[in-house]
Design a protein around this ligand. Structure first.
Ligand code: NAD
Length: 419
């Protein structure tokens, strides 16, 4: 019986067991590789604007400490639970190992709807959460970053709260901060930019040209909006977008500048158009060249995978595809080229790593240096995944995960039972 339950953790477990079978991991080693090293659950009392006190549940899961500090985002979402956070931490481990970053995976978050509270209340939640985490995190222990529902401002509050406790400014405690607070150029754009870069690589691989190609993006937030913008710079037409309030589809393509202006003003997509509304579930199965899920887990599942009409599935989100859907995709590798999440969205943690390194050295790089280094690392990782997939005749996801899991397993074997 494990602490970690729920559909998202079960998905991480099923994926891991599949990889463990493929690379021949002994039963003795499986729990040690899969189960998180530690999990912290906290209650965060916060005074609300009306004078009442509400208690928000927060979590942080640190998956393994074998390769260095843990690293991972912080999610604010109303129905967040420990199993989901643990699954995200596990995926972070394979992702960091795949990209050769000196980190174990972590993830955290608070069960709160960030759109349902005021900015002052959000600051209260963020500062209290970080305050509760102070004994368990640190620049060489566990470094937080943004995820769904959090942003640069939340990271600035985290950094400030930790720094007040230390009595000095400790920028290296979180990544994804505003540039003015010790963040790096190019972090906000990193994940979406990485997605678009890998889409271009995938197009080269399958012999498709970007000019005239079409894309649909689910989740028009940090990752989705930047990925859409960067793909449009390559000549790809964005014909579908959605967020938690609306979904729009127009085969002629959207004017992203107008779309972005609407989102900047309102904070969401709803109300942008009256003619191009579409059922959010139907959006995913429209014909397009590139489908980018960039919102939540398990949106490509057994029920819709057979109806997908894309040529490339670029997983901007973490865990958007269930193992059941993955089986189908595995059997249809020639029809749909999958860029698996731990590769596709790894631009975020790669540039977070660059930010951490710059903060530790207090020596900052230009945006073009950051982006060039990001592309070099992504390209190397992409080539590694494709070579492994080709060698063993396995899917891109299996190849990517196997490389990550093997790296963590080998490091654990060499070090012994401690980390
Ligand atoms: P975000 O909060 O900036 O944006 C999320 C978007 O998804 C919002 O527009 C929201 O309205 C939308 N959304 C939520 N539920 C939806 C639904 N049911 N259908 C359609 N849209 C929905 O978050 P983000 O940082 O862009 O993260 C998106 C995904 O990318 C998450 O899975 C996250 O774990 C992953 N990711 C993010 C980063 C990063 O650097 N931010 C890095 C790696 C992976």
């Amino acid at each position: 019986m494990s602490l970690y339950t729920g559909p998202v953790f079960e998905m991480a477990r099923t994926q891991f067991n599949g990889i463990a079978d493929y690379i021949g991991i002994h039963d003795d080693e499986r729990d040690r590789l899969l189960l998180p090293k530690r999990a912290i659950a906290v209650s965060c009392p916060v005074r609300m604007d009306d004078g009442s006190v509400r208690v928000f549940q927060g979590y942080r899961v640190q998956h393994h400490l074998t390769l260095g500090p843990t690293k991972g985002g912080t999610r604010y979402s109303a129905d967040l639970d420990l199993g989901e956070v643990a699954a995200l931490a596990v995926w972070m481990s394979w992702k960091c190992a795949l990209a050769d970053l000196p980190y174990g995976g972590a993830k955290g978050g608070v069960a709160v709807d960030p759109n349902g509270i005021s900015k002052r209340e959000l600051e209260g939640v963020s500062r209290r959460y970080m305050q509760e985490m102070i004994p368990f995190v640190g620049p060489h222990t566990d470094v937080m970053a943004p995820d769904m529902g959090t942003n640069e401002q939340v990271m600035a509050w985290f950094m400030d709260t930790y720094s007040m406790y230390q009595g000095r400014t400790v920028t290296e405690i979180v990544t994804g901060k505003p540039v003015a607070s010790g963040g790096t150029e190019g972090r906000r754009e990193a994940t979406g930019r990485g997605v678009a870069f890998l889409v271009a690589r995938a197009m080269q691989t399958i012999g498709m040209t970007a000019s005239g190609a079409t894309a649909i993006v689910q989740g028009y937030g940090n990752v989705g909006a930047i990925a859409a913008h960067e793909m449009s710079l390559q000549g790809i037409r964005i014909i579908g977008v959605s967020d938690h309030t609306a979904a729009f589809y127009d085969p002629k393509g959207f004017d992203l500048a107008k779309l972005n202006a609407h989102v900047a003003e309102k904070g969401f997509l709803r109300g942008y158009s009256t003619q191009s509304n579409i059922d959010p579930a139907a959006l995913l199965i429209q014909k397009c060249d590139v489908l980018v899920p960039a919102a939540i887990e398990r949106v490509i599942n057994g029920a819709n995978v057979g109806q997908l009409k894309c040529r490339i599935l670029a997983e901007g989100a973490n865990g958007p595809t269930t193992p059941e859907a993955d089986k189908f995709l595995d059997q249809h590798r020639d029809a749909i080229f999958v860029i698996p999440d731990i590769l596709c969205n790894s631009g975020g943690v790669i540039v977070s790593y660059f930010e951490w390194v710059q903060d530790l050295q207090q020596f900052f790089w230009s945006e073009s240096e950051v982006t060039d280094k990001l592309k070099t690392l992504l390209n190397r990782t992409y080539n590694k995944v494709l070579a492994r997939a080709e060698r063993d005749k396995v899917s891109n996801r299996t190849a990517a995960m196997a490389i990550g899991v093997e790296k963590v397993r080998d490091a654990k074997r060499r070090r012994g039972l401690f980390p």
